[in-house]
Design a binder for this molecule. Structure first.
Ligand code: ADE
Length: 247
């Protein structure tokens, strides 16, 4: 059972995203629970204040530590096996490798910041990890929490019906996924590559792996550089042949 507890000041943001698709299926099977908690419920003043001006001056408001830490404590309800994650553009970049590392955990508390950020003491002393979903600035951590849940849940056994489709996906072996085609065989004069109609599994496999290499070197050459980011079992480059327009 996977469990995500989301702490946000905009709980309505999460109303529809979990009502469809594989996430809903997993919730219906009781393989997944998602609880959205409103940080304002953990304030102690009548205005439900969650933010204040920054010490040292400067623009904008900062989220106060008290309500967030109370919400984290409530979410844990005495259990220590939660992974507490704060979303922020300053965090460790979230990629497939990071998602796999996170998938080792089953229970998460996801803290969504707003305004200019959250009081540093929350991240330092009450969270296990600070994660960024990319080098850009969102208005808050809510979209990041959605991306995180979707990516980590996909890695849980049984979440995706056909486990081979997870293995073949982009990034799984350090490459982008090969191109896919379905019916019709000819769409407005654009034919499906002949090899895919051949029924020869070895040829199809070879074509797909060559395509994955070529697509990756065209679109994301950075993935091929031995940067150490991707540790997948990357096929040897010697299998790269020139195969005409479609191969
Ligand atoms: N909050 C604002 N920007 C963010 C980002 N890029 N990733 C995660 N949380 C964020």
């Amino acid at each position: 059972m996977l469990s995500f507890k989301i702490l946000s000041i905009f709980p309505k943001y999460f109303v529809s995203p979990f009502m469809d698709g594989l996430i809903k299926d997993a919730i219906d099977r009781s393989d997944l629970t998602i609880d959205v908690m409103d940080i304002r419920d953990f304030t102690d003043d009548k205005h439900k204040t969650v933010d204040d001006t920054p010490y040292g001056g400067g623009p904008g408001m900062v989220m106060k530590p008290g309500p967030i830490v109370s919400a984290i404590r409530h979410a844990k309800s005495g259990e220590d096996d939660y992974r507490v994650i704060v979303f922020s553009p300053r965090g460790r970049k979230f990629d497939q490798k990071a998602a796999k590392a996170c998938a080792a955990y089953r229970k998460f508390i996801l803290v969504c910041g707003r305004y200019e950020g959250i009081d540093e003491r929350v991240t330092r002393f009450y969270a296990d990890e600070e994660i960024s979903i990319g080098d850009y600035v969102l208005s808050g951590g809510e979209p990041a929490a959605l991306v995180f849940i979707e990516t980590v849940a996909r890695l849980a056994p049984g979440f995706v019906g056909n486990s081979q489709s997870v293995i073949d996906e982009s990034y799984e072996n350090g490459l982008l996924e090969y191109p896919q085609y379905t019916k019709p065989r000819d769409f407005e004069g654009h034919a499906v590559p002949e090899v895919l109609l051949s029924g020869n599994h070895k040829d199809i496999q070879e074509w797909r792996s060559r395509q994955a290499w070529e697509l990756t070197s065209q679109k994301r050459p950075d993935l091929l550089a031995s940067s150490g980011t991707y540790t997948g079992d990357v096929p040897a480059r010697s299998d790269k042949k020139s195969g005409g327009k479609n191969g």
